[in-house]
Design a protein around this ligand. Structure first.
Ligand code: OAD
Length: 253
């Protein structure tokens, strides 16, 4: 492991252009559940088809809105963890960095990272389900919220449609401009750091392979060993909030 950490640090030190690609595991040390970890993952406990599709919202808007308001309140109540802080620090140390996240919690921005691309949208950008205009929604007190907390979605002042969370649901396309910016950043990066993702959801999951095809080095950070298929690919086994600070210390001190 020490040798892999040293090798990864050497790649990082030489890199001019870095992509940091994050998934739910990057926020788990902040206290936000991942989706697929056994027992604790959101999709292990809740039915995605009842909560994370446009059909689910049409069938039961208050259940879906209440569930996302619970998640929004939770995201606002937690703090960025040392992994988020290390990513922000990395942004100040290299000439170009793009953060491509699947997370909807805005914890990278709260840790003061810039240039964050949200592939799966954000809990803080709700919009009208019908006419898609952005809507301002007051913060909720999340203390008593949980699964099954029904909350009526606010009504759009323009068209009378219901407000929906600004996230990408199953069956929906990624925002095209964000996806294209992510693909462009991946195509030109020297190193892609992939942190805390199971690689289960496409097209996002294709980005590390695309980086490898363009000649970049890909470094995975995950408590579960990630299978590697190229000599340009490294799996660092451990939590993001532990491994990332060690990596930066070796690369830049
Ligand atoms: P998953 O829940 O599928 O995977 C989380 C990954 O994080 C797993 O590989 C864990 O081993 C790892 N992990 C757990 N704790 C960690 C830690 N402290 N440090 C580093 N890694 C850790 O989450 P995603 O891959 O993000 O989509 O899921 C992808 C998409 O599926 C999500 O964006 C969401 C979901 O459906 C949408 O909502 C559109």
């Amino acid at each position: 492991m020490n040798q892999l950490l040293e090798t990864s640090a050497a790649y990082l030190k030489c890199a001019h252009t870095i992509v940091v690609f994050t998934g739910a595991g990057a926020s788990s040390e902040s206290g936000i559940a991942t989706f697929r970890d056994a027992l604790t993952g959101l999709w292990e406990r809740f039915d995605a088809q009842r909560l994370a599709t446009a059909q689910a919202f049409k069938a039961d808007p208050s259940l879906v809105w209440g569930w996302y308001e619970w998640r929004r309140a939770q995201a606002q109540s937690v703090l960025p963890n040392p992994g988020h802080a290390a990513v922000a620090q990395l942004g100040r140390l290299v000439s170009k960095i793009t953060i491509v996240t699947q997370n909807v919690d805005s914890l990278h921005e709260r840790a003061s990272s810039e240039n964050v691309l949200h592939l799966h949208g954000s809990l803080s950008s709700p919009r009208c389900f019908e006419c898609a205009i952005p809507m301002d929604v007051p913060d909720v007190d999340g203390y008593n919220l949980g699964y099954g907390s029904r909350i009526e979605p606010p009504v759009c002042p323009e068209c009378g449609g219901l407000c929906r969370p600004g996230v990408v649901w199953f069956g929906e396309s990624l925002p095209l401009d964000v996806w294209e910016a992510a693909v462009a950043a991946v195509a030109e990066c020297d190193v892609l750091l992939s942190i805390g993702t199971s690689g289960a959801v496409y097209p996002a999951a294709a980005l590390p392979k695309q980086a490898l095809s363009s000649g970049a080095v890909v470094i995975h950070i995950n408590p579960d060993r990630v299978a590697v298929s190229s000599e340009n690919e490294i799996s660092l086994v451990g939590k993001g909030g532990v491994i990332l600070p060690q990596l930066l210390a070796r690369a830049f001190n």
